[in-house]
Design a protein around this ligand. Sequence first.
Ligand code: PEP
Length: 248
Amino acid sequence: MPQKIVAGNWKMNLSLTEGLDLVKGIDACERDQNVRTIVFPPALFVNAIGARASGEIEVGVQNFHPESEGAFTGELSIKQLKSAGATIGLIGHSERRAYFGESNAFLKEKVDAAVNNDFEFIFCCGEPLFIREKNGELDFVKNQLNESLFHLSAEQIQGKIIAYEPVWAIGTGRTASSAQAEDMHKAIRSWIVEKYDQATAESISILYGGSCNRSNANELFSCPNVDGGLIGGASLKADDFCSIINAF
Ligand code: PEP
């Protein structure tokens, strides 16, 4: 069975003090212990947030560079991030794709760097609105996965995490319906079966992201192929985030 996971992407929000308060609040609330809980603060705060979080909350990074060191001003390598306590990174978030020009080919490099450095990741995929409006979402997402993730061997892809995040639902308050989410998640799992096998497909958690909140999480998480959520705005308040964790 895929792991149940709820992850909070703080994006470029919160001061250090606010982040420390947030993680303290998440720690303090009663949470379903069967749900893996991960927070993605700004990289600058990873060390401090990790020191404040109990061992039950994992701390990851929103970005990393695929090279291990060198002249990449402003960037951070996996080795550096691991040394500060990060255990997992996001790859392919739509904001990195759109605002920082991260292509499928570059994301493949990040996937390979993560695998080679034993660094866990959540691979994000999802279609923009104009693609959904012409019913092209399945082909679009399949292509993202084919070009950046599905080159891994069955052994390498085992237990990995994918987040389906329709771009039109991120930060817009417009959530995908549970039927839309389930259709895509089911398709993703079927592509993994086709490319690898059933056991591999069942080892991979497929999270939904896009305006998921305390009111709609239960319906989304009730879908058979939705294994949790990648949460943006609603992860910035401890109560909301904990309600989402407890929504299974
Ligand atoms: C995200 O940024 O990954 C996200 C899902 O954001 P939001 O929940 O705010 O739509």
